[in-house]
Design a protein around this ligand. Structure first.
Ligand SMILES: N[C@@H](CCC(=O)N[C@@H](CS)C(=O)NCC(=O)O)C(=O)O
Length: 191
């Protein structure tokens, strides 16, 4: 087995790749990227030190989007359209903003709106979710494509970590619920 995916079980970016790798033979290597000694080891594999990382033989691939591109090519599937990638970018924006707020909380920093860095995240999240909810209403998440996988990974992770209540975005919840019983979605649920 030449392919190894480095990641963690809760990570929303790693989960996207685990779902895309469904049907591919690969080894999953768990990394605690926030633990000093594991991080030092991991630094030997990637200067970015973020999850996921995928290696295929001698080839290392650092970022989930480049990994996704690699997996689509490997499975001889079409690359996502620009419209799908725009949806993924909006999901990323929410995911990254929630990660910043989560890291601030873990660092015991108060995340109030009067600090510019937090104001930006706290406004970006509802703005993107409102737009994504509108896209869901228009049927943009009807198939389990890359954007739908990213959206499901975001919602399940944010709920698992108790970071966000999505009840103001019922069409997004509906997308997540539609695929909740799909085998690979169940198998990769955050833990
Ligand atoms: N743009 C990156 C984001 C990945 C990311 O933020 N991963 C988080 C875990 S969900 C991480 O590794 N954080 C560790 C760190 O920031 O050092 C991707 O798409 O792969």
């Amino acid at each position: 087995m030449a392919i190894t995916l480095y990641g963690s079980l809760p990570s929303p970016y790693v989960r996207r790749i685990r779902i895309l790798l469904d049907g591919v033979d690969y080894k999953f290597e768990q990394i605690n990227v926030y633990e000093d000694s594991a991080r030092a080891e991991y630094a030997k594999l990637t200067p970015i030190k973020k999850l996921p990382l995928l290696t295929d033989g001698e080839q290392s691939i650092f970022d989930s989007h480049i990994i996704a591109q690699y997996v689509f090519a490997k499975k001889q599937q079409a690359q996502p359209s620009i419209d799908v990638l725009n949806l993924v970018s909006a999901v990323d924006a929410v995911t990254d903003s929630l990660i910043i707020l989560f890291m601030a909380k873990r660092s015991e920093i108060e995340t109030s709106e009067d600090k510019l860095i937090f104001k930006l995240q706290l406004t970006r999240i509802p703005d993107c979710l409102t737009w994504l909810n509108e896209q869901a209403k228009q049927g943009k998440f009807e198939s389990l494509n890359y954007a739908t996988i990213a959206l499901i990974s975001l919602i399940d992770w944010a709920e698992f970590r108790q970071l966000y209540d999505f009840s103001d975005y019922p069409d997004l919840i509906k997308v997540r619920d539609t695929f909740a019983e799909t085998e690979i979605i169940k198998q990769t649920y955050p833990q």
